[in-house]
Design a protein around this ligand. Structure first.
Ligand SMILES: [Zn+2]
Length: 398
């Protein structure tokens, strides 16, 4: 391990640590100094830190971080990512996106809420817990990737495989993505919907609109097929999930002429699906609906994009309750258990141990002027600290 100059800030201060991380320009796939900073902070507290780099053809090499303190179980994992989405229109920002400035109780910068703030608060909490309870049973592991906002190929998936191959076993995981819509007591995520994208092409025969019997309009067939996909709900939802939802995201003919019947029509749709389906069973359902609607009069092709976004649920039980208890104790309100929103790296972690997501308020994620309230960082540090105390304090979660 490298030796470092003393830190210029107190790593137990979640605000200072968030500022330091925001100042690292870690736009995917750049590491930007963010993982080095975390490595430095954790190593100074006695964590064993490793920095595996993963590669795959056609994608940039990605740095990741694995850190552990303690040798025995239970093993509590804190997961997150340090990469951020691009700034976008830099001129539209009212402050330096990598400045990490604090004004009027708000910390500004790219990644402040998604999710350097969440990660910093959890690191600060883990350090405080270990300093207070150096002889605590069990282990704390950090899994931090630099590839969540990008292709997500050389990140959490491979970091988990890498750790598993070394014999690492995890008991529970807290993923610090911003889960709260408006206040810190709003929402814990106990699952995520899956995502499946389909590409539909309908073939016709180009011709003169004045001689339709010599042409075959693919738009007519496309309308019929899309109507069939939308006609019946995919399901009625489940105990913890909303009904699966299909959205047509584009419909393209690209025909500039008003007197020509086009040869082809294309549409793309995306389905956010619940735990009734796997990508395979859902694709089969869609194929069946199309086949029936097309009969032998519509010529079409359907292709599904490869997906690793499956639906999953961490059943509410003692661990979920422990997280909810910690949130309620610090905020005075019990958070909802939700499975809404997009996908996250939790979809990979769930294959190794139960995973719950909780973090700061996500209102400005990926936006211009991304920011996080200082009070929320302080609350998240307190909640995580309380959770660690409960988890390692003998009240075992299952
Ligand atoms: Zn994120």
């Amino acid at each position: 391990m490298d030796t470092f100059a003393p830190l210029a800030f107190d790593p137990l201060d979640p605000v200072a640590l968030t500022q330091a991380l925001v100042r690292c320009p870690s736009v995917t796939p750049a590491e930007g100094g963010a993982l080095s900073l975390i490595a430095e902070v954790l190593a100074a507290e006695g964590f064993t830190v490793e920095r595996p780099v993963f590669s795959a053809p056609g994608t940039p090499d990605i740095e990741n971080l694995y850190a552990r303190i303690g040798r025995e179980g239970p093993v509590f994992v804190i997961a997150g990512h340090t990469d951020v989405v691009p700034v976008g229109d830099a001129g539209a920002w009212t402050r330096d996106p990598f400045g990490g400035t604090v004004s009027d109780g708000v910390l500004h910068g790219r990644g402040a809420c998604d999710m350097k703030g969440g990660l910093a608060a959890m690191i600060a909490a883990a350090l405080r817990f270990r300093r207070e309870t150096a002889d605590a049973p069990g282990s704390i592991v950090f899994l931090v990737t630099g590839d969540e906002e990008g292709p997500a190929v050389n990140g959490t998936v491979k970091l988990l495989e890498w750790a598993h191959a070394r014999g690492e076993r995890f008991d529970h995981c807290l993923l610090g993505e911003p889960t709260n819509p408006a206040t810190m007591s709003d929402m814990i995520k106990i699952g995520r919907r899956g995502s499946l994208t389909g590409r539909l092409t309908v073939h016709g025969k180009q011709g003169h609109v004045g001689y339709p019997h010599l042409a075959e309009n693919p738009i007519r067939g496309m309308v019929r097929l899309l109507a069939a996909l939308e006609a019946t709900p995919l399901d009625g939802g489940t105990a913890h999930f909303d009904p699966s939802n299909l959205e047509v995201t584009t419909l393209d003919v690209g025909n500039p002429a008003t007197n020509v019947v086009p040869a082809q029509a294309r549409a793309v749709f995306n389905i956010r699906f619940n735990d009734v389906w796997t990508p395979q069973t859902l694709a089969a359902e869609i194929e069946g609906r199309l086949r029936e609607a097309a009969g032998n009069s519509v010529r079409y092709e359907i292709v599904f994009d490869p997906t690793n976004a499956v639906a999953f649920l961490t059943e509410p039980g003692p661990f979920v309750a422990m997280v909810a208890d910690a949130v309620e104790a610090e905020t005075g309100r019990r958070p909802a258990l939700s499975t809404t929103g997009g996908t996250s790296d939790a979809r990979f972690i769930k294959s190794y141990c139960p995973v719950v997501e909780y973090g700061v308020v996500g209102q400005t994620m990926h936006q211009v002027d991304e920011c996080v309230a200082v009070a929320d960082l302080i609350a998240l540090e307190a909640i995580t600290h309380r959770l660690l105390k409960a988890y390692f304090g003998g009240k075992r979660a299952d």
